[in-house]
Write a protein that binds this ligand. Sequence first.
Ligand SMILES: NC(=O)c1ccc[n+]([C@@H]2O[C@H](COP(=O)([O-])OP(=O)(O)OC[C@H]3O[C@@H](n4cnc5c(N)ncnc54)[C@H](OP(=O)(O)O)[C@@H]3O)[C@@H](O)[C@H]2O)c1
Length: 351
Amino acid sequence: MATIWDKWEYDLRFILFVILLAYYYFCFPTFSHAISNCIVKIIIFNFFFFLNKDIKLVSAKIMDGKSVAQDIQDKMTVEVSRMKNKFGVVPGLAVILVGDRKDSATYVNKKKEACESVGINSYEVCLPQDCSEEELLEHISSFNDDHAVHGILVQLPLPSHINQRYILNAVCIQKDVDGFHPLNIGRLAMSGREPLFVPCTPKGCIELLHRYNVDIKGKHAVVIGRSNIVGMPAALLLQREDASVSVVHSRTKNPEEITKQADIIISAVGKPNIVRGSWIKPGAVLIDVGINPVEDSTDPRGYRIVGDICYEEACKIASAITPVPGGVGPVTIAMLLLNTVTSAKRIHNCN
Ligand SMILES: NC(=O)c1ccc[n+]([C@@H]2O[C@H](COP(=O)([O-])OP(=O)(O)OC[C@H]3O[C@@H](n4cnc5c(N)ncnc54)[C@H](OP(=O)(O)O)[C@@H]3O)[C@@H](O)[C@H]2O)c1
């Protein structure tokens, strides 16, 4: 579809062609001489025009999640060491993994490594795919009572025979570092109430916007996806930051039209490249939460990870964009560390 920019570009080219033609017509003795000279100049002009256009259009600022996460982790390292020296408190995070999903195991390992890197103690329980709900609840209960544990995380998704709602309700609200307990989500939704914890991924999205000085107040934000763990809390957080928020989901009739109006887009769908360049308003800020494996024979793993937003198209239109991987993912883990340290400080009253 032609944009205003395309039309302007063609108009400009036509005017320049006519000016050049007129100029050469008066300078050269024959019309064919003038035409051939003019065409040579047009080719040279187009070459530089495209070169320049490419440089100008690949202009979105890359919001580097890795460096933001590293900065937070460095601060956590200092804080954990201060808490240990001054109060004798070492924050502890318990992670419960059920089943043998490879992606879940990878996420749990990353969280464990991140904990170790900043000095947080990590405790891990791996349960078989067919474990009972009672068995899982027993582990949660024992972590709830364990004074060395300040955060409890049950890796989602859970096998279908386990009722996710019961499980998330069972995590004590003071240790709900994932922020998925209904009381925490409820408080997030109410003005004048503060949740003890905000879910890590949406919190990471807002952190990225703050770090890159993106104005949120009064802006139109569109969140694509409305899941309990990303889309819905992301929309609540943006509203708390005084954005006007629209939520697009699988039943939305005109997702492209709505998304095109956004100053800020947070996409959490889980479908590769669903957000195309034509969905994006020039200058919009894009946060891509999606993690989607796509086949790639050139990659030794046979696949690579892409986001929900078509990066190649979007980075020519947006003013800022998070890459996938290396955007929201690392900041999510950093937020988990932050929530765990905050929890330990609150429980032991060490400020
Ligand atoms: N980077 C990170 O740290 C991180 C953390 C968590 C998740 N993720 C990734 O983020 C993505 C979303 O995760 P999730 O847990 O929120 O997924 P989810 O529970 O499957 O939710 C997906 C959401 O997308 C909506 N949706 C589906 N198809 C759509 C379409 N064609 N147009 C508009 N909306 C559509 C769904 O709408 P309905 O509600 O109508 O079904 C749903 O609300 C996944 O790729 C996941 O791997 C990344």
